[in-house]
Write a protein that binds this ligand. Structure first.
Ligand code: ATP
Length: 228
């Protein structure tokens, strides 16, 4: 369990390689970072610098090759697939390909974010949580729309609702506001900030959006696989 003082995420001496033999190439070099509970951390850097690789390592979506990654007090390096899966259930992921189910409405897609926690739970409460989060993302009028009736930015917001409806302890996001206009993008960040303050949710986000960078508690800049 989370102790009060342990950071949400702590990396020490993380190195990472892709490929094997002749084509083996190091893409991350000696990364050490500590991310506090309830903080908004922005990761930025040039294309190909290693941001997505680092984000997926932190999210327990990729095997740790060298170094230590502690998430919510648990060491990832050497952890079993089952242990990693248990951790991932405590996270929300917002990636660019929103992968909504085309046959499900915004509400039903959002409720899918609760399915990973297994059956059970109070259906009325779950529905209220889905409606609440969709409304706070400006989709109150679109709750029962199918994705085909939504714009790219609206679909993106449904994907964000799905990632947040379970009250994850850590949110990992890769350019979550890329498809959104200025106002919608700021709404997403305000929502994440509110979750940070009220629930201690930590967010790690890859973004180049300067308006979001201004709101960050910590900025991580990666260049050629190294912290700059
Ligand atoms: N599966 C893979 N196999 C081999 N090389 C990879 C793989 N994934 C990424 N790379 C390489 O690792 C480096 C870091 O990639 P990564 O996607 O982490 O960068 P990025 O900073 O997220 O880039 P972008 O901003 O363009 O998304 C790049 O040189 C990339 O070509």
């Amino acid at each position: 369990m989370m102790t009060g003082r342990e950071p949400s995420i702590r990396l020490q001496g993380v190195n990472h390689w892709f490929g094997s033999g002749e084509t083996r190439r190091q893409v991350l070099f000696d990364i050490s970072i500590s991310i506090e509970r309830g903080s908004l951390t922005v990761m930025r850097g040039p294309s190909g610098s290693g941001k997505t690789t680092l984000l997926t390592l932190m999210g327990a979506l990729r095997k740790v090759q060298e170094g230590s990654i502690r998430l919510l007090g648990q060491e990832l390096h050497g952890a079993s697939e089952a242990a990693q899966e248990m951790l991932r259930r405590r996270f929300g992921f917002i990636f660019q390909a929103h992968n909504l189910h085309e046959s499900l409405t915004a509400r039903q897609n959002t409720l899918m974010g609760l399915e990973v926690h297994g059956p059970g739970g109070d259906a009325a409460k779950q529905n209220a949580a889905a409606v609440h989060i969709l409304t706070s993302l400006g989709l109150g009028e679109r709750i029962d729309y199918l994705p085909e009736k939504l714009s790219g930015g609206q679909k993106q917001r449904v994907a964000i609702a799905r990632a947040l409806v379970s009250n994850p302890e850590i949110v990992f996001a890769d350019e979550p506001t890329a498809a959104l206009d200025k106002e919608a993008g700021l709404n997403v960040v305000r929502l994440l900030k509110t979750l940070a303050e009220t629930r201690g949710t930590s967010t790690v986000m890859v973004t180049h959006d300067t308006r979001i960078i201004d709101l960050a508690d910590m900025i991580i800049t990666i260049e050629d696989g190294r912290l700059a």
